[in-house]
Design a binder for this molecule. Structure first.
Ligand code: UGA
Length: 435
């Protein structure tokens, strides 16, 4: 199969490299010539474990190439994937589909022979219909089908998620398109990944429903954590107690500072808008988004309380800036709101993150960025764990205590044990667990 991937951002690059690894011939296209130039030199613009090796191997084997013009790639492709960004539109929270529609127009102009156009970007219900209309309008004679094939991969585990998915969702009523998609995913079919064939609108909505459900699960356990703190219960044990029920499932029940990232905040907002427009409001998701927003600042108040009611003139060390570990992504990271609120309260911030500091520097002012976790805690009045990087779990805590001015630790990811921290002489606060 020949595959063209339009958009070489996160989803496009990972999917393109994985399709090439399945044995298909893939061209990843991007409008940004600097990005394509860098990719040709072997520079991967994002941090994703294993991606650089996967790209290098497939480029070497001649199955993966890059281009800033889509003409050649689209002309010869059996399947053209649209994997461009769909950011939140300023002002109204709707997904901005201008990049998707522009890609559709450009694909239509150059495609040749029967072509399956696949939206992989997360797009609201009905976008496939509009893509089809645009292509038909641009090329009335074209032989094509538009398919929705949402992506469910997680940053930091993207390659494993792509190669061993829980399911693949393919939305189309076109029989020929189904055959092409079955061929594209044949290696996974052999791995027995369930493939769900649905209508196009159903596939589009499935993606939003999945992300909104996961965001709801996290928000639910976060509120249970708050209640645990009030009534003296342990949220980790509650999560295990409910998660062992197969109907609930144990995943995505880790209480923390609220969800962030490029997907949950944006997709919940877009679903809320779609539902309002369809006169079928999703009150649960509206509440989830509002509760999650408030939570980030509430975490700063937790730190202030642990510091005796004020951080004015104090130094707070923040370990972990990215929205989760194993990524350099700072989009909607809880650290942004928490740090800003602590600065508003008069604190000086020292911070360290294994991968996120470059991106953080463009987003946060007046932060002292440190070379290591130990450097970060030097002279601090409090330490806050915001992202659960593995390296922070293994810190020499006695050394940490020796470096700090006051031994206060606020662990927003529950990576340490309360009893052990108390034994070592820390004043230790975590999320939803008895202190
Ligand atoms: C999410 C979904 O998990 C993917 O299935 C989906 O494909 C992707 O969005 C997308 O739409 O592209 P991602 O945003 O990479 O993936 O990250 P997650 O691992 O889902 O984490 C999201 C946020 O939830 C993070 O801030 C994380 O710290 C938080 N989280 C997650 C919790 O606070 N508790 C949990 O139990 C799990």
């Amino acid at each position: 199969m020949r595959v063209a991937m339009i958009g070489s951002g996160y989803v496009g690059l990972v999917s393109g490299a994985c399709f090439a690894d399945f044995g298909h011939v893939v061209t990843c296209v991007d409008k940004d010539p600097a990005k394509i130039e860098a990719l040709m030199q072997g520079d991967i613009p994002i941090f994703e474990p294993g991606l650089d090796d996967l790209v290098a191997t497939n480029v070497k084997e001649g199955r993966l190439s890059f281009a800033s013009d889509l003409t050649e790639a689209v002309r010869s492709a059996d399947a053209v994937f649209i994997a461009v960004g769909t950011p939140s539109r300023r002002g109204d929270g709707h997904a901005d589909l201008s990049y998707v529609y522009q890609a559709a127009r450009e694909i239509a102009k150059v495609m040749d022979g029967y072509t399956v156009i696949v939206t992989k970007s997360t797009v609201p219900v009905g976008t496939g219909d509009e893509v089809e209309r645009i292509v038909r309008e641009t090329r009335p004679d074209a032989d094509f089908a538009v398919v929705s094939n949402p992506e469910f991969l997680r940053e930091g585990a993207a390659i494993a998620d792509f190669k061993r998915p829980d399911r693949i969702v393919i939305g189309t009523d076109d029989e020929r398109a189904r055959k092409v998609m079955a061929e594209v995913y044949r290696p996974l079919y052999l791995n027995q990944a369930p493939i769900l064939y649905t209508g196009r609108r159903t596939a589009e909505l499935t993606k939003y429903a999945a992300n909104a459900f996961l965001a709801t699960k996290i928000t639910f356990i976060n509120e249970i954590a708050d209640l645990c703190e009030k009534v003296g219960a342990n949220v980790q044990e509650v999560a295990r107690g409910i998660g062992l029920d197969n109907r609930i499932g144990g995943k995505f029940l880790h209480a923390g500072p609220g969800y962030g990232g490029s997907c949950f905040p944006k997709d919940t907002l877009a679903l809320i808008k779609t539902a309002q427009d369809a006169d079928s409001p999703m009150r649960i998701v509206e509440t989830v988004a509002a509760v999650n927003d408030q939570r980030k600042r509430a975490m700063a108040r937790k730190v202030i309380a642990a510091c005796g009611g004020s951080v004015r003139g104090k130094t707070v060390a923040v370990l972990g800036l990215t929205f989760k570990p194993n990524t350099d992504d700072m989009r909607e990271a809880p650290a942004l709101s928490i740090i800003t609120a602590l600065q508003d309260g008069g604190a000086a911030i020292r911070a360290y993150d294994p991968e996120g500091m470059e991106q953080a520097q463009g987003l946060l002012d007046r932060v002292t960025y440190c070379d290591s976790a130990y450097d970060c805690v030097q002279g601090a009045d409090a330490l806050v764990i915001v992202t659960e990087w593995n390296a922070f779990r293994a810190l020499d805590l006695d050394r940490v205590k020796g470096l700090m001015k006051a031994p206060v630790v606020v662990d927003l990811r529950n990576i340490y044990r309360a009893g052990e921290m108390a034994r070592r002489g820390f004043l230790y606060v975590s999320v939803g667990r008895p202190d």
